[in-house]
Write a protein that binds this ligand. Sequence first.
Ligand code: UGA
Length: 457
Amino acid sequence: MLEEPSLAVPQWSLTRISQFCEPQRIAVIGTGYVGLTAAACLASLNHDVVCADISESRIEQLSKGIVPILEEGLSDLIREMTTIGRLRFTGSNSEAVSNAQFVFLCLPTPEGADGSADLSAIEAVSLEIGPYLLANSVVINKSTVPVGTTFFVRDLIDRDDVDVASNPEFLSEGSAVRDFLQPDRIIIGAQSPDVAIRIADLYGDSSQPRCIVVDIASAELIKYASNAYLATRLTFINSIACFCEAVGADIRTVSQGMGADRRIGPSFLNVGPGWGGSCFPKDTQALIHMAEKVGCQLPLVKATVEANDEHMRHVATKVARAVGGSVTNKAVAMWGVTFKAGTNDIRYSPALKIANLLTGWGATVTAYDPSMPGPIEGIRLVSSKEEACRGADVLFVATEWPEFASADLAAIGEVMSNRVMVDSRNVFAIDEAINAGFEYTGMGIGNMRALVDESAK
Ligand code: UGA
């Protein structure tokens, strides 16, 4: 299925493209984070958008204005766009594409059993829509897909009068609408300048050189390489945090000092319990798998994945140490279950992986999360921070929701059995926790004084 990627960067690469938005008819297939955000945002850019999904219940909900994901600004935008008639939902992919000039594929590519990306949704939809596509329409892959998939789609569609292109999406959950409408860059992989310019025009109003036009294989790989690089950066900073603890340094100042170097920059240097979510874990695995298939080893990416798993174990061990070395029969209060703040997504959440380790070692975990996700096996979910802490031996802060930082720690301490806290996101200032009577353990915050005293013994 994989075509040999072209190494040639087209001459029209890095083109500055900035036009006003001529309304176009667009079909978006898939109503996940990427599909819903793309559909609503493209509608807000003046286009006539129809968004399709095979899940009837999802389409029914969306048609009633019920948006199943927590994403700042998205529900309002969807409601506004559906009310003015620029966005509608359908359960029929063929109906959606039959009048569309552009078709965005925003389909899931979950991790397969061997780590590769599972392309069955892309395959099924491509085969289904082929006969219904308009002549001169463009099918654009927005999903994160292995190199070669856009050509695979072209072959499945099997239409000489239809173009294919790659336009990977870089939005982050929690800031999806903003990221879509104000992207750092828009990557367009196309086979001709005409197609690239037609796609760039969809994004309209920019007067900045944010469209980067490349060959299709490079566009597909830019997405994987970006995610793997960001994951590597996080693993790096989490590893340095462990080292900080051993030598009495403070990761917060180390990150700040590193980030002040313009070549490094300050983003993605915040220590945490490990990275997770619906993208980094599956995309790093898919990249490793893809590379191995063509005989290329990516030892750094493999090490990043392994070190991330090890880091989560390290955090669980910190919780055990905080309660005397073993969590057996200990009550752990956990604040946050989602993979990060600002989302209700619990896929590959480090909080849950660590909770699983803790329960495996004999602890009970009672958790609270502001997004109030549904029941989760193995942990008890409650509806407030205080309730989670009632009778707890230790508070484990797993996610950086703003409402945690403003908690009244003295009052929280009152309801706990022991005032012990492991703060895996450094949400609290140490003094604040200590003043509220807590034994506090942060991440990557070494205590030089204690180390000196220890070595003097
Ligand atoms: C990630 C990328 O950031 C997006 O650019 C990309 O489009 C998306 O994947 C995707 O492929 O669809 P997302 O998974 O929403 O976005 O989440 P991130 O904000 O990247 O966070 C990933 C993980 O890293 C989370 O567990 C988060 O808590 C952790 N993280 C992030 C840190 O521990 N420290 C940081 O400084 C930043």
